[in-house]
Design a binder for this molecule. Structure first.
Ligand SMILES: Cc1cc2nc3c(=O)[nH]c(=O)nc-3n(C[C@H](O)[C@H](O)[C@H](O)COP(=O)(O)OP(=O)(O)OC[C@H]3O[C@@H](n4cnc5c(N)ncnc54)[C@H](O)[C@@H]3O)c2cc1C
Ligand code: FES
Length: 285
């Protein structure tokens, strides 16, 4: 079985949106879940969050940043190309309930996984305040979509080219310091360092804070141990126990050190790919 690409576009440099024909995945998908795909038979399996799904159309949308060999290769595919595998939905859905006011924070490519959550939290009756951030305006994704799915939207850029000049966490702190909102939950998704900083900033306020972890994953079934993380001093497998966990319990240092375990091999794979592939004309694996 293969999975046809229905739509493909580059949203900002090196960040692509791909809509895939995958009716069974779309039917079962919930916000917070992910898929594991393989481009072809020799391909590496990579996990990507379900950024959107449409049951009627039978489609699932993923949004990814080019990081290494597989995401770079994925970026060269076009409409009507096929993916070999598209397995999911995997992981626990986000624990979406009517809680009152929920703050959703997405940094960089982390805005993609926050996007379905905004819709789900709003449909569950919450007041949704979203905060999205990027290094600069040219790298910001899904601003209009997030505005449409949120009661309030704040934008932050590191260089001040759009919205608040600074980090998303500055805005989180402002909201928590103000007396206008009683925040029931904060969901933070982005690079591990951003999630760790956010967890530290929010800790003194004692507001439930959820993060979605992105360790290296291989099988996605709890068998290989690749996605091992430490949460509350206990070993958890992000693929089956997560990917969402309570931020205050996560050992972010371990997460970050395990993410760099295969840096040499990943660098080599990318170098080989760059040497023998140009555009979509790849001659070797
Ligand atoms: C549950 C989950 C959801 C994710 N959702 C998204 C998403 O929506 N959009 C997005 O752009 N990225 C997402 N990622 C990260 C994405 O899987 C990696 O960027 C991708 O696997 C990199 O593969 P590569 O071959 O291009 O790069 P590589 O050269 O293999 O690696 C580049 C970097 O990506 C990380 N990485 C490598 N392999 C994996 C792997 N199998 N699993 C996780 N991280 C890996 C490593 O930190 C490495 O330093 C998600 C990861 C997880 C675990
Ligand atoms: S990816 Fe293998 S145990 Fe989670």
């Amino acid at each position: 079985m293969s999975y046809k690409i229905l739509e493909k576009r580059e949203m900002v440099p090196n960040v692509h949106l791909i809509k895939v024909d995958a009716p069974d995945v779309a039917k079962a998908a919930r916000a917070g879940q992910f898929i594991i795909l393989r481009i072809d038979e020799e391909g590496e399996r990579i996990p990507l969050t379900i950024a959107d799904y449409d049951v009627e159309e039978g489609s699932v949308t993923i949004i990814f940043q080019e990081m290494g060999k597989t995401t770079k290769q994925l970026g060269t595919l076009s409409c009507s190309d096929d993916l070999q595998d598209f397995v999911g939905p995997l992981g626990h859905p986000a624990d979406v309930r009517n809680l009152g006011t929920v703050v959703l924070v997405g940094g960089g490519i982390g805005i993609a996984p926050i996007h379905p959550q905004a819709k789900a939290y709003r449909e569950a009756g919450n007041r949704v305040i979203s905060i999205i951030g990027a290094r600069n305006e040219g790298l910001l994704i899904l601003e209009d979509e997030m505005r449409a799915r949120s009661d309030e939207l704040y934008v932050a850029t590191d260089d001040g080219s759009k919205g608040h000049h600074g980090f998303v966490t500055d805005i989180v702190k402002e909201i928590l310091d103000g007396d206008e909102e009683e925040v029931a939950r904060i969901v933070v998704i982005g690079p591990p360092i951003m999630m760790r900083v956010a967890a530290g900033v929010i800790a003194p306020y004692d507001v439930e804070t959820i993060v979605s972890l992105n360790p290296i994953m291989i099988d996605g079934t709890g068998m290989c141990g690749g996605c091992r993380v430490s949460v509350g001093g206990k070993t958890k497998f992000a693929c089956v126990d997560g990917p969402e966990f309570n931020a205050k319990d996560v050992d972010f240092d371990l997460l970050m050190s395990r993410l760099s375990l295969y840096r040499d091999e990943e660098g080599q794979a990318l170098e080989n790919y760059n040497k023998c592939c140009s555009g979509s004309d790849c001659k070797c694996q």
